[in-house]
Design a protein around this ligand. Structure first.
Ligand code: ATP
Length: 306
């Protein structure tokens, strides 16, 4: 493997033991820049513990979590390198969103103007002068992202950012994170919302019971699974189509609803075979497994509270 850049997250044999519980168990994975990586796992899988170790908030029992080759605590200018939103932002109840961000700017040696720029980025400009105690959970999430982006970091880490957001808010978050990755940043997002991850993530890292289950591009993880891609065909001439497909390298399984499920060949080849055999088709649809099914198969028996 090539040497990682500082914007690449490298988790290497990371382990966290809490008394009898191994919350994270010899976990290794890499997160690349310019992509959104979904960090997925059932409740208690060790996602938050891993992110906290990455940010130097929890000390690993073994292994390392680094940005390139540097631990978070050793980064020369962490605010400009790594932004994180671990839970919905908390701020003094009586302080406005703008003042909350300005205080962080001052503490980090950043110009005050960054407060307004990041408020604009997260769509909070109209609420900039409202007090934090009046913010909805979705507004608090947005403020958390604004705070994380103050230093214009190359890496952004978010723990369950969709929590508390309505469908429009989730869509907004998806567009923002994709845009930030599109600018070349590294975006790592933990979630158990699998449908959302399928729309958002380029890569996934799936964990269960503290261990790595699978990692890779979403399409590859979906495609790897048995039955990942299949074609559903409906025809009034089942025997004729089955005979025509037997000449291709296809596996044909009749469904209870009368359709045929075909593995091993693409829809175009099936359409061509049907046309050549003068078989009438009423449906020809490529079906991809969804992340939720794959996730449930991969984590079966490993989920649950420990
Ligand atoms: N400080 C701690 N002391 C003891 N056990 C802990 C501590 N922090 C976490 N754990 C345990 O470690 C396991 C992993 O927890 P973690 O919060 O990392 O999982 P998660 O994948 O983020 O789960 P969720 O999706 O529910 O937030 C859980 O069983 C949790 O109870």
């Amino acid at each position: 493997m090539s040497a990682p850049g500082t914007d690449e997250i490298v988790v290497d044999h990371l382990t966290k033991q809490y008394k009898k519980l191994r919350a994270v168990d010899d976990l290794s994975f890499r997160v690349r820049s310019g992509r959104v990586t979904g960090f997925l796992g059932p409740n208690g899988a060790g996602k938050t513990t891993t992110l906290r170790m990455l940010l130097g908030l929890v000390t690993p029992t073994a292994g390392t979590a680094t940005f390139g080759n540097q631990k978070y605590v050793d980064l020369p200018d962490p605010v400009r390198e790594v932004g994180a939103v671990l839970e919905a932002s908390s701020a003094h109840r009586g302080r406005t969103g703008r003042n909350h961000l300005r205080m962080i700017c001052r503490a980090a040696g950043l110009p005050d103007t960054r407060a307004d720029e990041t408020l604009e980025m997260v769509g909070l400009t109209p609420a900039a002068n409202r007090k934090f105690k009046g913010y909805s959970l979705g507004m608090k999430q947005r403020l958390g992202i604004a705070a994380a982006m103050l230093g214009d970091p190359k890496v952004l880490i978010l723990d369950e950012p969709a929590n508390g957001l309505d469908p429009e808010g989730i869509r907004w978050m998806r567009d923002l994170l994709k845009a930030l990755a599109g600018q070349g940043r590294t975006v790592l997002v933990s979630s158990h919302l699998l449908g959302e991850m399928q729309l958002l993530a380029d890569d996934v890292v799936i964990v269960a019971a503290g261990k790595l289950i699978r990692q890779g591009p979403v399409a590859e993880v979906l495609g790897d699974m048995s039955g990942g891609v299949q074609v559903r065909v409906r025809t009034p001439q089942v025997p004729e189509l089955t005979a025509a497909l037997s000449e291709l390298d296809a596996t044909v399984t009749p469904s209870e609803d009368g359709s045929l499920v075909v593995h091993g060949v693409e829809a175009a080849a099936i359409g061509h075979a049907a046309f050549t055999a003068r078989v009438e088709l009423h449906e020809l649809a490529t079906e991809r497994g969804d992340l939720e099914q794959v996730f449930l198969q991969l984590t079966a028996g490993k989920a649950g509270i420990r």
